[in-house]
Design a protein around this ligand. Structure first.
Ligand code: ANZ
Ligand code: ZN
Length: 826
């Protein structure tokens, strides 16, 4: 009698042995194809929660499967370790963010270890290590040298009472108040560093080489938001030019007023004295609103008249210039020509303020009457009230009108993008300092590559002053200008943490490459031959919440790196898979306030890591997520105990099974091949839940077949081996333990994935339905592939059929091989 399955003992034992033997240490091996399996790294919040397990354990199973299929697999871990929570914790507890972060990392490393994943720990990367962020800064300088980093004004959320910028998480409530002092937040323009992602807008819309979920591509395309249209210039009476971007240049004759954004640079010049007060009040109110609510279709239209007029270049009419918050400064030119007849937002605005509405597109039946609401028009309608363009089909009109605008110097065709250049400045302390120095004589001076990293100070004060501690840290701020040697100042903003995570897949290749060494412009952040071997990423797994920012930024980084000459490929990750979200037992998002958080540590203590892993993968299709089910985890636990006894317990049956039954062992072999084929397919498509269901079924088959004789057969032995191999990616510890107890020396994780044989997997008997005049009267078991003549004879001789055809005339017999025989009688 073997001992019972006790996960706690075997899991720590194997984790220790795997580490000692370096089982998951990874290195280049030209003899095997490589597989770079990347899972989105963690923020070191302090605790690994159920969501992390839900993301990582299936990623690990997929990586392990690849490894068994013969690939040299690279599956590195890391920490996305800069960011605001560390700074808040520092203020709250009076410790340095460094201390808080590294304490959490230490704890989470243990937790990640207990998962039993094949992490390549020798490649771990932590973004807040100086040997990591010196490269983040190096990238910034490379981008700066390539003209991809620049500084200009950009809006930030600003607390007028704390006198500081706020991160998105620090702005609370619908009234958008400061988290610290509750003062309403305003938008303010600050000098900010940006990366020129818009240079790649068109290329980023091309997803060749991305085997990615459709919805991620759609989300990125929407985020980039490419619109084709025209830029049209309107001259004001005072001689200023207002450019507008429109996607409907053909509606120019219907433009009856202009609207500029409250932040538009011309507002000051446009506003006549008697409107100044009103305009200023409106601008302040607008600065308190989020873009989302300004753009809302349902929000009541608000705005103020500036008192100025501009001339419509097509009709020559004077049009009033208004200012309203439904026009965004960040899109197009920040000014629009309002066409109330054909744009609903403009229509509502015109109705609210009693402005002119002119129809310039006919209706479906040539209708030209007044409009009860905006009429967008369709391709086959015609222009009207549009001078010499009357009667032009709407479908062709944009191109025709744009040509005319260009020929007459009133405008030109233009492509506009929703996406802006990426603002990377953060007025925060716990981030990579932007390596720039400002000198009164030399201006903006990049820190020389040799001087990297620009280190974060250890002595900064963390008082809730509302200012970045870097700003008040003189030792950090005061510096000599690298060009002229005079006193100068460092940039005190740090980089957005999305910059750190845009290149981490490259950092993993040779972590802390050139540790402690000084850098040069032509250094490379990884060891060249290693990069040539591993890059790019083959399979990326992670949450859909990163569909736009992170996944777009890392694509941008890769394209910029290619143009700088660092890599030769265009896309960072060939394949992407987005897992779903694990919910609390109540079906709601897990959260401390709801009290529905499942603590994976407790579950591991109780059931063992293999059960928790298996349970995570059994919940349902991985991309769908679902609620935690306390009952179902018991089910996985029982399954593992059952397999254990299938493998080790003595068969309990008596003498009647003294001889091996040929059919029985054939059945075992067949079921084994079926399991291998099905489970392999499931692994290819991340269908872990059905893979586990198949394992359960396979185990039941084996339990039923188990007899003293059968267990001595070669087929039984093979099937047991296959069972353990098939389990290994999902249940790495128990599979390893059973593997060794069965007398194997080498780790199961170094074995080859079993091969399924489709011929041997074929069921060799099938049930054929026997019918008389379409009604089933009998069933027989026959060999698969029995020919039609034989089937016909079997049917006619069967007792069940005989009864029904006795004394009748058989008209014809229809045979569908392997399925049915229908005897038609009269
Ligand atoms: C005249 C017009 C007539 C427009 C019409 C639409 C329909 P998309 O498709 O999203 O690119 N627009 C331009 N800049 C804007 C800004 N900064 N803030 C708010 N709205 C802006 O939208 C382009 C259209 O949105 C432009 O075309 C402009 O209105 C408006 F029957 O110009 B249109
Ligand atoms: Zn200088």
């Amino acid at each position: 009698m073997q001992e019972r399955y006790c996960p706690q003992d075997i899991e720590t034992k194997w984790q220790r042995r795997w580490a000692e033997e370096g089982l998951y240490r990874t290195s280049e091996d030209a003899s095997r194809p490589k597989w770079y399996a990347l899972t989105m790294f963690v923020y070191p919040s302090g605790d690994l929660h159920a969501g992390h397990w839900y993301a990582f354990s299936p990623s690990d199973a997929a990586a392990r499967y690849r490894r068994m299929c013969g690939y040299n697999v690279f599956f590195p871990p890391g920490f996305d370790a800069f960011g605001l929570p560390a700074e808040n914790a520092a203020i709250k507890r009076g410790i340095h963010p460094h201390e808080w972060t590294y304490g959490n990392i230490h704890h989470m490393r243990q937790q990640l270890g207990r998962m039993g994943a094949m992490w390549a720990w020798d490649h771990e990367a932590v973004t807040c290590d100086p040997d990591y962020y010196k490269w983040t800064q190096w990238f910034f300088l490379k981008f700066y040298d390539a003209g991809l980093a620049y500084r200009d004004l950009a809006p930030v959320d600003w607390c007028p009472s704390c006198n500081t910028t706020l991160a998105r998480e620090q702005v609370w409530g619908d009234d958008r108040h400061c988290e610290r002092c509750r003062t309403p937040v305003v938008k303010k323009e600050l000098e900010q560093w940006r990366l020129r992602i818009t240079r790649y807008a068109d290329e980023l819309l091309n997803f060749d080489g991305c085997d990615w979920p459709e919805r991620v591509k759609v989300m990125q395309a929407n985020w980039i938001g490419r619109s084709e249209g025209a830029l049209i210039t309107f001259a004001t009476e005072a001689g200023d030019a207002i450019d507008v971007f429109t996607t409907r240049p053909e509606t120019l004759w219907g433009a009856t007023f202009l609207v500029v954004a409250p932040e538009h640079p011309l507002v000051g010049r446009l506003t006549v004295p008697e409107h100044e007060r009103e305009v200023a009040d409106y601008q302040l109110a607008a600065s308190r609103l989020e873009e989302i609510s300004r753009m809302s279709q349902t929000k009541a239209r608000t705005g103020v008249f500036t008192g100025s007029y501009a001339r419509n270049p097509a009709t020559g009419e004077l049009m009033p210039v208004w200012m309203a918050d439904y026009v965004m400064m960040g899109y197009g030119t920040g000014a629009i020509m309002a066409v109330p007849g054909h744009d609903q937002r403009d229509y509502d605005f015109a109705r609210t303020f009693d402005l002119r509405i002119r129809r310039v597109i006919t209706g479906p039946d040539g209708n030209t009457g007044d409009l009860p609401q905006a009429w967008p028009g369709s391709e086959d309608d015609n222009l009207m009230n549009s001078g010499s363009f009357d009667g032009t089909r709407v479908g062709e009109s944009a191109a025709i009108v744009t040509d005319w605008l260009e020929a007459s110097g009133k405008g030109r065709s233009e492509v506009s993008y929703r996406m802006r250049d990426w603002v990377v400045s953060r007025q925060r302390m716990w981030g990579a300092p932007i390596p720039i120095i400002y000198c009164a004589t030399c201006g903006t001076v990049p820190v020389p590559y040799e001087d990297l990293p620009v280190m974060l100070p250890e002595a900064a004060q963390f008082q809730p002053t509302g200012e970045s501690p870097l700003k008040t840290c003189d030792a950090f701020r005061h510096v000599r200008c690298p060009r002229c040697g005079k006193d100068a100042e460092r940039e005190t903003d740090t980089l957005d943490t999305f910059v750190c995570s845009s290149w981490y897949q490259y950092a993993y290749i040779s972590p802390y490459h050139m540790r402690g060494e000084s850098l040069h412009a032509d250094s490379l952040p990884w060891d060249r031959p290693s990069g040539d071997y591993w890059l790019p990423v083959d399979q990326y797994t992670g949450g859909i919440e990163h569909a736009t920012m992170h996944l777009l930024y890392t694509r941008f980084f890769t394209k910029a790196m290619r143009d700088i000459g660092l890599v030769t490929f265009d896309e960072p990750m060939h394949r992407l898979y987005n897992q779903g979200m694990i919910l609390g037992p109540d079906g709601e998002k897990m959260s401390k306030s709801r009290g529905n958080v499942v603590n994976p540590d407790e579950m591991v203590n109780r059931y063992g890591a293999d059960t928790v892993r298996g349970y995570m993968m059994f919940i349902g299709p991985w991309d769908q997520g679902g609620p935690w089910d306390p009952g179902a985890i018991e089910g996985i636990s029982r399954f593992l105990s059952r397999v254990w006894s299938t493998v080790f317990d003595e068969p309990s049956c008596g003498e009647q099974f003294a001889e091996t039954n040929e059919d029985e062992v054939k059945e075992i072999e067949r079921r084994m091949h079926q399991a291998i084929i099905k489970i392999s397919e499931d692994f290819e498509r991340f269908r872990f839940n059905t893979a586990i269901a198949k394992l359960m079924e396979f185990n039941s088959v084996m339990t039923r077949a188990k007899s003293p004789c059968v267990v001595k057969s070669r087929e039984w032995d093979q099937a047991m081996t296959a069972m353990l191999l098939l389990m290994a990616p999902i249940f790495p510890h128990i599979a390893e333990e059973m593997w060794h107890r069965r007398g194997n020396e080498e780790s199961i994780h170094l074995q080859k994935w079993p091969r399924g044989d489709t011929t041997k997997a074929r069921d060799d008997e099938t049930i054929v339905a026997l019918q008389v005049n379409g009604k089933i009267r009998d069933r027989v078991a026959v060999a698969v592939g029995t020919d039609s003549d034989t089937l016909e004879r079997i049917a006619l001789e069967s007792e069940g059929i005989q009864k029904w055809i006795h004394g009748k005339h058989v008209q014809k017999v229809i045979v569908v091989p392997d399925k049915l025989v229908n005897v038609v009688v009269r």
